[in-house]
Design a protein around this ligand. Structure first.
Ligand SMILES: Cc1cc2nc3c(=O)[nH]c(=O)nc-3n(C[C@H](O)[C@H](O)[C@H](O)COP(=O)(O)OP(=O)(O)OC[C@H]3O[C@@H](n4cnc5c(N)ncnc54)[C@H](O)[C@@H]3O)c2cc1C
Ligand SMILES: O=C(O)[C@@H]1CCCCN1
Length: 381
């Protein structure tokens, strides 16, 4: 049997691509190397931040549609996938990045509230605002229930006739008018192929002769105990937060209110150490945890500054932190979604739609130049 499309990788991006393809009546096979559900890639875990606040207008614009598509999936699956909490953004008042994001939310009319220093602790108790920092709150931001969302997208895909084969690792791809995909237990053919292999994209793309400058990072996902249970909890309306330019570290620190593990708040570092995806657990660098402990001691005095739970996840980052959403430069019936650089979950419904459009030969409704493979020319490694 020849499929209209094969999607490799059942993380959130591949699952949403398959979802849109099946809803467009395309006979689609979704292949996944691990038995589902699994926690070896980038889409597992309880929660992710959803927000519209971005420096770049194109991300904010994509999020308009993404919110609608998340709501649609909630309806189709009969599940709650999004919870509004707001997002607290803190950063050096006169810093370039903070100013860029502040002017972007104003320009794009993203609902936000500016918190003046004197009223900060009244709105955000148990947090010390760093001197020289300013704070804004994006009110419609919140939390996505990640594991549940992944299952929901896969469920709706299957309900539209889509086929998932998990526990099957793709070991070869032969391009052509009909593409042949070989796994460790079978061979499949399709007119179109979408590769959404997360941290394994680089390896998989090498079967098609393409080198992309993707770097895989292991992230320590840390949970911290509340000294007084509930003080940073979702039910007490504590928001998600992003701390730009913390004093303790080079990259952002971010957090989500306590919810999934009662009494524990997730606070992580937006950076990690390079790893091979299959060697993730050999990477034991904990310098980020030390920086987080110092930050928490200074700014979140209501948390015990020693992590109570540490889980692992991976980022696949591009040099400019923008995604790759494009056709293969040599084989136009192969479409690639990769390099989501630690911020792709919230976009998955739109990413899936774009990859589906590309693979059906249609023009996506977004300008894709920020996501082109072409931008790396001369830069591949
Ligand atoms: C700690 C952490 C925090 C994050 N926070 C946020 C956030 O707050 N907000 C946000 O929007 N985003 C966030 N992200 C980013 C987001 O989670 C990722 O961008 C997204 O999950 C990437 O999905 P993916 O489908 O590309 O990759 P994956 O989920 O890794 O999916 C790729 C799949 O392909 C499969 N695969 C690979 N090779 C093969 C093969 N040869 N054969 C078959 N299958 C194969 C893999 O097993 C895997 O299941 C975060 C990520 C991490 C790690
Ligand atoms: O995508 C996000 O919204 C977050 C911001 C902080 C770092 C991790 N990703």
């Amino acid at each position: 049997m020849v499929y209209e499309c094969i999607v490799i990788g059942a993380g959130i991006q591949g699952s949403f691509t398959a979802y849109h393809l099946a809803k467009n009546n395309k006979n689609t096979l979704l292949l996944e190397q691990f038995v589902l559900p699994h926690s070896r890639g980038s889409s597992h875990g309880q929660t992710r931040i959803i927000r519209k606040a971005y420096e770049e207008d194109f991300y904010t614009h994509m999020m308009e549609e993404s919110y609608e598509l998340w709501a649609q999936l909630e309806k189709e699956a009969g599940l709650k996938l999004y919870r509004r909490t707001g997002l607290l953004l803190m950063g050096p008042e006169n810093g370039k990045d903070f100013q860029l994001i502040k002017s972007s939310v104003q320009r794009n009319k993203v609902p936000t509230v500016v918190l003046e220093r004197q009223e900060f602790s009244q709105h955000i108790p148990n947090v010390n605002l760093t001197s020289g920092d300013a704070a804004i709150v994006e009110t419609t931001a919140g939390v996505l229930y990640a594991d549940r969302a992944l299952r929901a997208a896969q469920m709706v895909f299957q309900s539209h006739g889509g086929v998932i084969k998990d526990g099957e690792k793709v070991i070869n791809i032969e391009p052509g008018d009909l593409i042949t995909v070989t796994t460790d237990s079978g061979t499949y053919q399709a007119k179109n192929l979408v590769i959404t292999a997360g941290p394994w994209a680089k390896t998989l793309l090498s079967h098609t002769g393409l080198q992309l400058p993707l770097q895989v990072l292991r992230i320590n996902v840390c949970y911290w105990k509340e000294k007084v249970p509930g003080s940073y909890s979702i039910s007490n309306r504590f928001p998600c937060f992003i701390q730009m330019k913390p004093k303790e570290a080079e990259h952002d620190i971010y957090g989500l209110p306590s919810n999934e593990y009662p009494g524990l708040m997730k606070v992580c570092y937006h950076m990690g150490s390079e790893t091979e995806p299959d060697e993730r657990d050999r990477q034991t660098d904990r310098r980020d945890v030390d920086a987080l402990s110092s930050y928490i001691t200074r700014c979140f005095p209501g948390l015990v500054p020693v992590p109570a739970v540490v889980e692992s996840c991976m980022y696949t980052v591009t040099p400019d932190n923008n995604f790759v959403l494009d056709r293969h430069p040599t084989y136009s019936n192969i479409v690639i979604g990769a390099g989501f650089s630690g911020h792709g979950f919230k976009f998955a419904p739109v990413v899936g739609k774009v990859l589906c459009d590309l693979s059906m030969g249609q023009n996506p409704s977004y300008e894709l130049s920020p996501f082109s493979i072409h931008r790396f020319q001369g830069n591949a490694n």
